[in-house]
Write a protein that binds this ligand. Structure first.
Ligand code: ACO
Length: 334
């Protein structure tokens, strides 16, 4: 059995910045409400007419990650692509990425676990490396939300929080079992699937039905029972961080950097307070990018590393919660 470790981090954010004031011109909302409830100041939304999609942004972030890893694309043995906004109903973004990067005919899978998608993706890749089946795996999280949001006042409770973007990293074999990814912890509770959902188009509710229903049908926009999700998020985040720390005999004081999924700054602040962590022990960038779901943890990890906030030997905790419900954590000795 091997460990895996992260080398080579990359990210891509579309250029187009959408501020809270910009949103208030589309719907009945305002900067004060959005900042107070979520901490978000602005987000990136792909501008119509540009080439960007989840797969394209994922490819851009991947190129950066591969270059920074010192490996070549031909050294990559497998692709794991996390997204809830794939370019097509099928096939998934993983195979598009394989083509866009002109990679060998390596295997590629998509992970559809929404906000915890990247944590799940890392865990899947880690298992392949642990068993020795693969040595170098490209792990990607990318989301193109803006094209699928209700930009009228009706959708404001959800639309203001989501942003577009992508992040990627290379996971490689680590011989030292006390370094790299120490453990991953995954959970789900499907009975709450309808609390945060994009219901259609789906085999249950296909395009002709949507068209027939006309304006009244909003099932193809994200629906979220925000308060319900919030209450579950703070509990599950805490549980799964504790689970990871206990598994490895790590005290919370020993966390060098907690990178929570960027769902809402208030959730991150609640967790920070609960674990009595200092500001320099928690990384947040939701203010700039909003919630980029499966891309959020990897974009944040990449930025924390770029800013010199992650050093060799550090104990890093990744944690996420989202639609499903699904949640998880990753404990890393960097
Ligand atoms: N601007 C102005 N007013 C608004 C807006 C807006 N953008 N959105 C909602 N409101 C209004 C509502 O209509 C409501 O008005 P009312 O009291 O007159 O009915 C009031 O503000 C309060 O609305 P709530 O939805 O109760 O607001 P809340 O304080 O719960 O904040 C939020 C909403 C920010 C979405 C919060 O619930 C949240 O962050 N939830 C968790 C999100 C999360 O963790 N998601 C998981 C990841 S996402 C994924 O997995 C895909």
């Amino acid at each position: 059995m091997y460990n895996s470790k992260i080398i080579g981090l990359g990210k891509y954010l579309p250029e187009n910045v959408v501020t809270n004031d910009d949103l208030s011109k589309m719907m009945d909302t305002n900067d004060a409400w959005i900042q107070e409830r979520t901490g978000i100041k602005e987000r990136r939304w792909i501008k119509e007419g540009t080439e960007d999609t989840s797969a394209v942004m994922g490819a851009k972030a991947s190129r950066m990650a591969i270059e920074r890893s010192g490996l070549s694309k031909d050294d990559i043995d497998f692709i794991v692509f996390a997204t809830m906004t794939p370019d097509y109903y099928f096939p998934g973004c993983g195979v598009q990425l394989q083509d866009m990067l002109d990679m060998k005919n390596v295997g590629a899978i998509d992970i559809r676990n929404q906000c915890s998608g990247f944590v799940y993706a890392i865990s899947v890749a880690d298992q392949f490396i642990k068993t020795g089946m693969y040595k170098n795996i490209l792990v990607v999280g990318a989301e193109y939300h803006s094209n699928g949001l209700d930009k009228s006042t009706r959708g404001r409770g959800v639309t203001v929080i989501f942003g577009d973007g992508a992040g990627a990293c290379i996971l490689t074999r680590e011989e030292d079992d006390k370094r790299g990814i120490l453990s991953t912890h995954l959970h789900s509770e499907g009975k709450y699937a309808d609390k945060l959902i994009v219901e259609s188009p789906s085999i249950r509710h296909w395009v002709p039905e949507i068209l027939e229903a006309g304006e009244e049908d909003t099932s193809y926009f994200p629906y979220m029972d925000g308060t319900f999700v919030f209450k579950h998020a703070v509990v599950r985040f805490s549980e799964v961080i504790i689970e990871g720390l206990m598994k490895n005999g790590i005290q919370k004081e020993a966390i060098d950097m907690l990178i929570p999924h960027q769902a809402n700054l208030r959730i991150a602040q609640f967790i920070q307070k609960k674990f009595a962590l200092r500001d320099d022990q928690v990384f947040n960038n939701i203010m700039k990018y909003g919630n980029t779901t499966a891309a959020s943890v990897i974009i944040a990890l990449t930025e924390a590393w770029e800013e010199g906030k992650i050093k060799e030997g550090d104990t890093i905790v990744l944690a996420a919660f989202g639609s499903g419900f699904t949640w998880g954590s990753v404990i890393i000795k960097w």
